[in-house]
Design a protein. Structure first.
Length: 184
């Protein structure tokens, strides 16, 4: 594993993204839209960057860029379903996670492990998504967290971060419907 602490600009990041990830086009039928970068993510590589914090987001401990498939009714734009297909780039705000963990009496590695496993879950297509609006007039999407507080896919809490060595994904939340997305 190679670890280097060097600043990466937005331009540098997207150049790395283009060089290492296949973002080719894929065919979708009427009423299907894919939102994310310009195409379909199919690289086997997942990358994780650790930093201190997320600029202008003091409570965000991690995030993942994901590709979402949105099925909708073409005449009206009414959204029928939203599905997380995959993700690649993960950022973990190590300093923010450490500060939160210390403030609630949890070992910092507990928060980091839960955040990393949560974001890796999104990276392989695990995510429940809520929505409002429609594809023509604008819409809003949000993550629906696992209701089981011990699951790594629930919101970061002392319950899941405190389960050292016993972290898990709950059966009810785990939905990997898109493994064909990773066939090369």
């Amino acid at each position: 594993m190679l670890c280097r602490w060097i600043p990466v600009s937005d331009t540098d990041f997207w150049a790395i993204e283009a060089a290492y990830n296949d973002l080719g086009d894929d065919a979708y039928g009427a009423g299907d839209a894919v939102f994310g970068r310009d195409g379909v993510y199919s690289s086997k590589w997942k990358w994780v960057l650790y930093g201190t914090s997320v600029e202008d987001e003091p409570n965000v401990v991690g995030y993942t860029y994901v590709i979402l498939s949105i099925k909708y009714v073409p005449p009206t734009g009414r959204i029928l379903s939203v599905d997380c297909l995959a993700g690649n780039y993960i950022f973990v705000a190590d300093g923010t996670g450490d500060s939160w963990a210390l403030s609630v009496g949890i070992e910092p590695y507990g928060a980091e492990a839960v955040v990393l496993m949560h974001e890796l879950g999104h990276g392989i297509g695990i995510m429940n998504v809520g929505w409002s609006g429609n594809v023509y007039t604008g819409f809003r999407l949000w993550e629906i967290y696992d209701p089981y507080p011990s699951s790594v896919m629930s919101y970061l809490s002392t319950t899941n971060a405190g389960l050292y060595g016993a972290w898990y994904y709950s059966d009810e939340y785990w939905r990997l419907r898109n493994m064909e997305y990773y066939t090369v």
